[in-house]
Design a protein around this ligand. Structure first.
Ligand code: UDX
Ligand code: UDX
Length: 456
């Protein structure tokens, strides 16, 4: 039996540990966090995050071999293996502001581990970190005077929100990076031994520490790059009467390209893509690779452009003004099946439309509380309405910003009847039946498709 601790009870820490607890009943797993309200929520029936399938895994493990606590120091002392999944946001101050990762929580956590340890431990980087962070952490941890040895292992998470449990249950691969030294390799094996309880051994790959750290940044950069690429093509489609869905299908059938992650949209969001690419850009600049940095930064610029373009399309098609017009935003979450609104394109579009003085009503099945919190001051100008029919009533336009399947099942005839005419619909996720909406009377604007309109 091993005592496993996870510091950081967020989306990553909570979901990962729940699945490990499920498959490793022989181990005792504790998840700690400095945020008392969050821990209380993990201990209750109202979990702090919405993630399909998570409730069930928690119900089966909590109180048996999975525990949540705020007593960080005590649990550090007891642990054999410590996963660290505290947040590493983009730095907002000093050198590297706006790009580099803010490592203060990570370093503070490393020092806290050091102060409270009386036995050797394996420390696992679960948070996404810049390449060579492990080196600094190893230095800090092994600089102690009491002769304790710490091994650092990198084990990046590749789970996507909304499918986190499925991604953890059946991962494409598990990546574990460690030092070449005998004790480094022993530490890697200890982490392999956890995952091998449910993941086929050939899907668990081991690398050196630096490859593991960089693979995580590179994987997210590649995924985001595909979205920016198809979004760039969508802009061209709108000018040429090509249909981006047909283009994505045609190119995705090439087995070298593949069909996934080619959905043109209002842009990518979430806590990872932007932050990780900025991290990569900063790293390249740090090593003097300016052209490489520019290349990756373009992925973010294209994403911002896609959002700007979407808002410009709304304003120009609605007779060049949305001031005082009620616009219903369908979706606040950065993607479907999550309550997370971090870096959500829906919020960026909301802010841009508020600047145009539109009257905004936002609806979402799970993310309205987070949207209200993330919008800050701007939230005061927004009406949050859980019922999409009420949100659309008396609106001039509906904009689909999150691909919730819930939005595809609504009665759009009823919505059309309740709206101000001419009624507009802007499908930023291409999830609706555009021909049908057009036949009902809507002026329909989708991403990367010719508009279907009744206007002169
Ligand atoms: C985050 C990042 O998004 C991801 O890129 C990174 O790899 C891991 O951290 P997530 O779990 O989604 O993932 O973050 P978040 O929900 O913010 O959870 C982090 C938790 O760490 C918070 O609950 C916070 O209270 C906690 N924390 C932070 C500590 O317990 N101690 C600290 O010193 C700092
Ligand atoms: C991502 C990575 O997929 C995951 O491996 C990593 O561990 C964390 O970051 P996540 O951000 O949770 O996961 O969700 P993801 O499914 O990757 O979607 C990110 C964004 O891209 C969302 O806003 C989504 O709507 C958008 N997206 C995705 C598109 O616009 N088009 C697509 O084809 C796919």
């Amino acid at each position: 039996m091993a005592n496993i601790l996870c510091i950081g009870a967020g989306y990553v820490g909570g979901s990962t540990m729940a699945v490990i607890a499920k498959h490793c009943p022989q181990h005792r797993i504790v998840v700690v966090d400095i945020n008392e309200a969050r821990i209380a929520a993990w201990q209750s029936d109202q979990l702090p995050i919405y993630e399909p399938g998570l409730d069930e895994v928690i119900r089966g493990t909590r109180g048996k071999n999975l525990f949540f606590s705020t007593e960080v120091n005590r649990h550090i002392a007891e642990a054999d293996i410590i996963f660290v999944s505290v947040n590493t946001p983009t730095k907002t101050f000093g050198q590297g502001a706006g790009k580099a990762a803010d490592l203060q929580y990570w370093e503070k956590t490393a020092r806290q581990i050091l102060e409270n340890s009386t036995s050797p431990k394996i420390v696992v980087e679960k948070s996404t970190l810049p390449v060579r962070t492990a080196e600094s952490m190893e230095y800090i941890l092994n600089s102690n005077s009491n002769g304790l040895h710490f091994d650092i292992v990198s084990n990046p998470e590749f789970m996507a929100e909304g499918t986190a449990i499925r991604d953890m249950e059946k991962p494409d691969r598990v990546l574990i990076g460690g030092l070449e030294s005998p004790s480094g390799q022993k530490a890697v094996q200890a982490i392999v031994d956890i995952y091998v309880q449910w993941v086929p051994r050939e899907r668990i790959i081991t690398t050196n520490l630096w490859s593991s750290e960089l693979s995580k940044l590179a994987a997210n950069a590649f995924l985001a790059q595909r979205i920016s690429s198809i979004n760039a093509i969508s802009a061209l489609c709108e000018k040429t009467e090509a249909d981006v869905g047909e283009v994505a299908h045609a190119i995705g059938l090439d087995s070298r390209i593949g069909p996934h992650f080619l959905r043109a949209s209002v842009g990518f969001g979430g806590s990872c893509f932007r932050k990780d690419i900025l991290n990569l850009v900063y790293l390249c600049e740090y090593y003097g690779l300016d052209k490489v940095a520019d290349y990756w930064e373009q992925v973010i610029k294209m994403n911002e452009h896609q959002q700007t373009r979407f808002v410009s399309n709304i304003v120009s098609s609605m007779f060049n003004t949305v001031a005082g017009k009620r616009i219903a935003l369908f979706g606040a979450a950065f993607k479907a099946n999550t309550s997370d609104t971090r870096d959500s394109p829906a919020l960026a579009i909301c802010r841009a439309l508020l600047e145009e003085r539109a009257e905004i009503v936002m609806t979402d099945p799970h993310a309205l509380d987070n949207a209200r919190a993330n919008l800050g001051e701007a939230a005061k100008q927004v009406t949050f309405e859980p019922d999409p029919y009420a949100a659309a009533k008396d609106a001039y336009a509906v904009a689909i910003l999150t691909e919730w399947s819930h939005f595809t099942k609504l009665d759009y005839e009823a919505i059309y009847t309740s709206m101000i005419k001419p009624a507009f619909i802007f499908d930023g996720r291409n999830i609706l039946d555009h021909e049908k909406l057009h036949a009902m009377g809507f002026n329909v604007y989708a991403i990367g498709k010719p508009p279907l309109i009744h206007l002169p």
